[in-house]
Ligand binder design. Structure first.
Ligand code: ADP
Ligand code: MG
Length: 257
């Protein structure tokens, strides 16, 4: 399902946070939103979810999510927030099962199928041995994968992930990115993520949107956006850009001399 944002403006606490933002994510593609801290990336994702009021339009498959009930919205878009609150005392399995809530009838119980889906997702994220663990007793990286598990269990056609790899070691980063990409290819999911790691963003995303101070400062293919000049300008970082597999850019920090 295509995600479209046009002329989006959002104010929080009477401060403009996003201004004139356009975003077009074709069905089955992956767009990564990048930008320095505080640029408005998380706010943009929350607007895509239909969780914020603002000017301009936000649609998923042509529908305005703000007009939908939470349950209907959740069947279209799954969201893994950057800093989710995890209810202490709940097990990893039960939390993952919450992803099935949009399909469980009111006052009903989850079905065998719902439980199977939750188990499968935990297995794909190598979390099976954590299923019975209390959420309060997880490491940062484990928490992050559990939040992703819940979002994947939702089986929505659009996945919105806010920095899904930030707390992960390099092996789990690769595993999570490969899993998301495999789901995109197999099921035609549309993916919108923010990503902190620019090389990782360039390796997996079809398109990058660089936000700076709430505006789109650059958009295009990874090679178009991840240039030395653009990174210097918007991140105040000195990087070297080389070309990696598939012509995708690879960034490394260079110490100023
Ligand atoms: N609920 C809020 N109320 C007021 N300001 C907010 C709120 N949430 C975020 N902001 C501000 O909006 C700006 C963008 O935040 P955010 O979207 O989280 O940036 P990013 O994800 O790019 O780091 C920041 O200056 C932040 O302080
Ligand atoms: Mg953020």
């Amino acid at each position: 399902m295509t995600v479209k944002v046009a002329g989006l403006g959002v104010e929080l606490d009477r401060r403009p946070i996003l201004t004139g933002v356009d975003l077009h994510v074709p069905e089955g593609s992956w767009t990564a939103v990048i930008g320095p801290n505080g640029a408005g990336k998380s706010t943009l994702l929350r607007a895509v979810l239909g969780l914020l009021d603002g000017v301009g339009s936000v649609t998923v498959a042509g529908r305005d999510l703000r007009a939908l009930k939470a349950r209907d919205r959740a069947r279209l878009v799954a969201y893994a927030p950057q800093n989710p609150e995890l209810p202490p005392g709940m097990s990893v399995f039960d939390y993952t099962l919450l992803g099935r809530a949009p399909y469980i009838p009111y006052l009903g119980r989850e079905s065998v199928r719902d439980r199977t889906i939750a188990s499968d997702v935990l297995e794909r994220l190598h979390l099976t041995s954590f299923a019975g663990r209390d959420l309060a007793h997880l490491s940062g990286g484990e928490r992050q994968r559990v939040v992703l598990a819940r979002a994947l269990a939702q089986q929505s056609p659009v996945l919105v992930l806010d920095e899904p790899t930030t707390a992960l070691d390099i092996g789990h980063q690769q595993q999570v990115m490969e899993l998301i990409d495999a789901l995109r290819l197999a099921d035609g999911l549309t993916i919108v993520t923010t990503l902190h790691d620019l090389t990782l963003a360039g390796q997996y995303a079809d398109a990058l949107v660089l936000l700076a101070q709430g505006r789109v400062a650059a958009a295009g293919t990874p090679a178009e956006v991840l240039t030395r000049a653009t990174i210097a300008r918007h991140f105040a970082a000195n990087v070297r850009v080389t070309t990696g597999a598939g012509g995708r850019p690879v960034l490394s920090l260079e110490r100023p001399c």
